[in-house]
Design a protein around this ligand. Structure first.
Ligand SMILES: CC(=O)N[C@H]1[C@@H](OP(=O)(O)OP(=O)(O)OC[C@H]2O[C@@H](n3ccc(=O)[nH]c3=O)[C@H](O)[C@@H]2O)O[C@H](CO)[C@@H](O)[C@@H]1O[C@H](C)C(=O)N[C@@H](C)C(=O)N[C@H](CCC(=O)O)C(=O)O
Ligand SMILES: Nc1ncnc2c1ncn2[C@@H]1O[C@H](COP(=O)(O)OP(=O)(O)OP(=O)(O)O)[C@@H](O)[C@H]1O
Ligand SMILES: N[C@H](CCC[C@H](N)C(=O)O)C(=O)O
Ligand SMILES: [Mg+2]
Length: 489
């Protein structure tokens, strides 16, 4: 596409430097620029991308989009907001893929990844080819492309939606994190459905207050626009979470509610949690349907209700959707059992927030006959307020809490643990800084019938120490520690 054509997506701009070169890629990292790329200077959280304009030119950029003055000899297009320009140009450059895909966005503190997997499975079972974008990568037709962010940068979203569409997708389901919504990473995405899971403490390092965090999430619902041209649009809201009362007012499209405690369009009753699954009665449209699924816990019931409500908008039959849900074995790293023939239970779970940790431990209590052992850490370079809270929940709700490291990133692991320990002064717990040793300790000390929860890292197959990613997988670590224990015996 020619530069002038790319610029048709912008409301206002000023070009300096003559020329209308062919643009063959949209790039925001100067290190990735190849000849013919259009480079966008983005002011980041750490550095100002304008500093890399010269490097982008050296690497062959055909033109540059900037908001501050830069000194290069290729065409420069000045705009007031380069990030917004990136979103608008990318949407246009890739042919507005979100306009013709049935787009489902999922926001909320916990449950987003799980719901995207549920929606993809339900829709695919009904013959709707569905792409998925989220924490574990971009997944389409059993191919997984890893991503740096739960919600990738906006040009990558439009690019990948276009690729999914070209390969036959009719729908895409996407995690829209609060950071991404606030930073504009989904600008230009035309969503049909917005799903809200829940709002509990996390990411206050980025949003400051719970109120600002709540408003960041509301952007998904205001971005739904209006129902037009016969397109089916809806906001799917959790009736049991007070933030839904705010989001209801933020959207102009129909609202579908789901919940357990309050009356809702998709309501679950008679919930029975068992070690191998959960049963409940779905009440919707004046009918009742029994559901018997392999997913565990009350929180899983919420996720299923949200997915069913969202998929119902396209008119999928309830009984068929339930059949698809009942087939799902689980989502990688979410309440995932590790079985190496041991006589105790090991569960790896991605609970890395106070609320999800509490839910995971409460769920385990529902069927624990002996001790509950919890291995818990908190990520570095992330919100610090949740550290003492998570330590307290671990100690309050387990019989043996082992505090350890998660991804320390650039923080001192001992310092993170000291902040966690503020929440458990005078209480009894074990502290083992090295996560591998913590897992080995738990596997050695677990007795017949105990349940060990390894929380925080779920599907992650790495540990970030400093800025280096080392291979590390809680499931593998638990397996080998169990085998080692068996060999020693
Ligand atoms: C704090 C934060 O949100 N950072 C995101 C942000 O990066 P940044 O603002 O730090 O970028 P920067 O390093 O300041 O660089 C600014 C610009 O200069 C460019 N640059 C930089 C160096 C260079 O040599 N040349 C160059 O051109 C960069 O490519 C960039 O365009 O923009 C990047 C591109 O979109 C993101 O990958 C990055 O996410 C980082 C990896 C991150 O950890 N983000 C977390 C907080 C996050 O967003 N998490 C949510 C999940 C939350 C949840 O699921 O609960 C998510 O959606 O992933
Ligand atoms: N609806 C829910 N309510 C509360 N906790 C939940 C819910 N669903 C899942 N969880 C817990 O949160 C953990 C993470 O779940 P999931 O990965 O689906 O959430 P997420 O919102 O995608 O997280 P992230 O913000 O890291 O992308 C699970 O391992 C489980 O312990
Ligand atoms: N999406 C979350 C994941 C946290 C996972 C946990 N293992 C950690 O590293 O803190 C985040 O980026 O904050
Ligand atoms: Mg996720």
């Amino acid at each position: 596409m020619k530069l002038a054509d790319c610029l048709r997506a912008l409301a206002s701009f000023k070009q300096e430097g003559m020329g209308n070169p062919e643009i063959n890629d949209l790039i925001i990292d100067s290190r990735l620029v190849k000849p013919g790329a259009l480079f966008f200077c983005i002011k980041g959280h750490h550095v100002d991308g304008h500093r890399f304009a010269v490097q982008a030119e050296k690497n062959g950029a055909a033109a540059i989009i900037a908001q501050n003055r830069i000194d290069v000899s290729i065409p420069v297009i000045y705009v007031s907001d380069t990030h917004r320009a990136l979103a608008m140009v990318a949407d246009h450059y890739y042919g507005h893929p979100s306009h013709s895909l049935h787009m489902i966005g999922v926001t909320g503190t916990n449950g987003k990844t799980t719901i995207t997997y549920l929606v993809q499975s339900i829709q695919e079972a009904a013959g709707m080819n569905t792409g998925l974008i989220g924490t574990m990568g971009m997944r389409y037709k059993n191919e997984l492309i890893p991503v740096a962010n739960t919600t990738p940068e906006v040009h990558l979203i439009h690019k990948n939606l276009a690729e999914m569409k070209a390969r036959g997708a009719v729908s895409a389901v996407m995690e829209t994190s609060s950071n991404a919504l606030y930073d504009g990473r989904v600008h230009g995405c035309d969503f049909n459905i917005g799903i809200f899971t829940n709002l509990t403490e996390d990411h206050l390092d980025l949003h400051g207050t719970m109120k600002d965090y709540m408003y960041a999430k509301s952007l998904l619902f205001s971005q739904l626009g209006n129902s037009y041209g016969g397109q089916k649009k809806a906001a799917v809201l959790n009736a049991d979470d007070p933030a839904s009362d705010v989001y209801r007012h933020m959207t102009a499209v129909p609202v579908i509610s789901y919940g357990i405690n309050k009356a809702a369009d998709f309501h679950a009753a008679s919930i029975q949690i068992k070690p191998a699954g959960t049963d409940f009665i779905l009440e919707t449209g004046g009918e009742t349907y029994p559901v018997s699924m392999k997913l565990i816990g009350k929180f899983s019931v919420y996720n299923v209700l949200a997915a069913l409500a969202a998929c119902s908008v396209r008119g999928l039959a309830i009984t068929e959707m339930i059949r698809a849900v009942e087939q799902i074995k689980g989502v990688s790293g979410r309440f995932e059992p590790v079985d190496a023939g041991q006589n105790f239970t090991v569960i790896v779970d991605y609970s890395h927030t106070p609320d999800s940790l509490e839910n995971a431990l409460d769920t385990i209590r529902e069927f624990a006959k002996k001790r509950v052992i919890a291995i818990v850490g908190c990520g570095g370079d992330r919100e610090r307020g949740k550290r003492p809270l998570m330590a307290k929940i671990a100690v309050d709700k387990s019989d043996l809490a082992i505090l350890t490291s998660d991804n320390p990133r650039t923080e001192d692991p001992e310092a993170i643990l000291r902040e966690m320990e503020h929440g458990v002064k005078g209480r009894s717990y074990k502290k083992i800084v090295d996560r591998r040793e913590a897992i080995q300790f738990a596997m050695r000390h677990a007795e017949s019938g105990d349940i060990v929860l390894i929380a925080g890292k779920g599907h992650e197959d790495y540990q970030i120490i400093g800025t280096t990613k080392h291979h590390f997988d809680d499931r593998e670590e638990a397996q080998s520690a169990i085998l080692e224990r068996n060999n020693i015996k």
